[in-house]
Design a protein around this ligand. Structure first.
Ligand code: UDP
Length: 257
């Protein structure tokens, strides 16, 4: 049985990042835990979440209580390298989701898709079924609902093993955290705009941007309304630079746990 404590973690400003060697390694750990019925909450860590959690205690607490912390953003990877001299692999939420769909099909694991607009949720469902005909998508629900307990009931009734929540960050993580104890699915993960990409409503950043970790730049160019949100990125860069130059500990710190 694999416990998350066996995984190396790096602390970035109080936010843990799990050093996952590769996608395959991450998928294997996740599937093992699902099959062993170990409840697993997976959070994708990026500069935005690290920066916001410095001011949002609920977010900081819930990220720390999660089991897997993907190094989703290139900024987190660079910060880990600069501040603790640790090399960690980048595992993005979108790519891990896509890989997990293939694994779920192969291993017979049941999937629930929660979130996004109704047409996007349906589009993602249809595209996934087209690509993975034997994939068991046992339930889905758009992200614009009022009755949380009814949605939790539907998820549990579906018998899903994996719940993917695409309602934007940090709402999706807070939603999972609020209902985690009542949700039976062993694996829960927030996937942001993944359903928009999978359904084809939003174009995935071309390979060159993904390979260089500059998806944020692509998104900024294609969705300029995200500009305000992305102002966090230079602020995060300054935070890292300040920590590097001053070596200040506590809050502004990075060490291997
Ligand atoms: N969304 C949702 N319910 C809401 C607000 C947003 O389901 O109440 C969905 C929205 O339709 C979109 C996703 O959440 O599909 C947010 O995507 P975004 O790319 O902004 O995610 P982030 O960058 O925050 O991870």
């Amino acid at each position: 049985m694999i416990q998350s404590t066996e995984l190396r973690r790096i602390d970035l400003f109080g936010v843990p990042v799990t050093a996952l060697e590769s996608y395959r390694y991450a998928e294997d750990r996740i599937v093992e835990r699902i099959k062993s019925h170990i409840k697993t909450f997976c959070v994708a860590v990026n500069p935005e979440k690290i920066y916001r959690s410095q001011r949002d205690n609920e977010l900081m607490r819930l990220i720390n209580s999660a089991d897997f912390h993907l190094c989703d953003g290139i900024g987190a990877l660079v910060a880990a390298h600069l501040l603790s001299n640790q090399k960690i692999g980048r595992v993005t939420g979108v790519q891990l989701f896509l890989n997990l769909m293939a694994r779920a099909e192969k291993e017979g694991l049941k999937v629930f898709l929660l979130g996004a607009k109704p047409e996007v949720n349906e589009g993602a469902f249809l595209k996934l079924k087209q690509k993975h005909p034997r994939l068991q998508i046992v339930g889905r629900q758009d992200g614009y609902f009022k009755d949380d307990s009814e949605v939790v009931r539907i998820i549990n009734k579906s018998g899903a093993d994996m719940l993917f929540v695409a309602m934007g960050s940090p709402c999706q993580e807070k939603w999972i955290n609020r209902h985690r104890s009542q949700i039976n699915a062993p694996y829960c993960m927030g996937v942001g705009g993944t359903f928009d990409v999978v359904s084809g409503f939003v174009k995935w950043a071309p390979k060159i941007f993904r390979a260089t970790g500059t998806e944020w730049f692509y998104r900024l160019c294609t969705e300029p309304k995200r500009f305000k949100r992305q102002l966090v990125l230079p602020k995060f860069a300054l935070m890292v630079l300040f920590a590097k130059l001053t070596g200040r500990r506590r809050k502004i710190q990075a060490h291997v746990q």
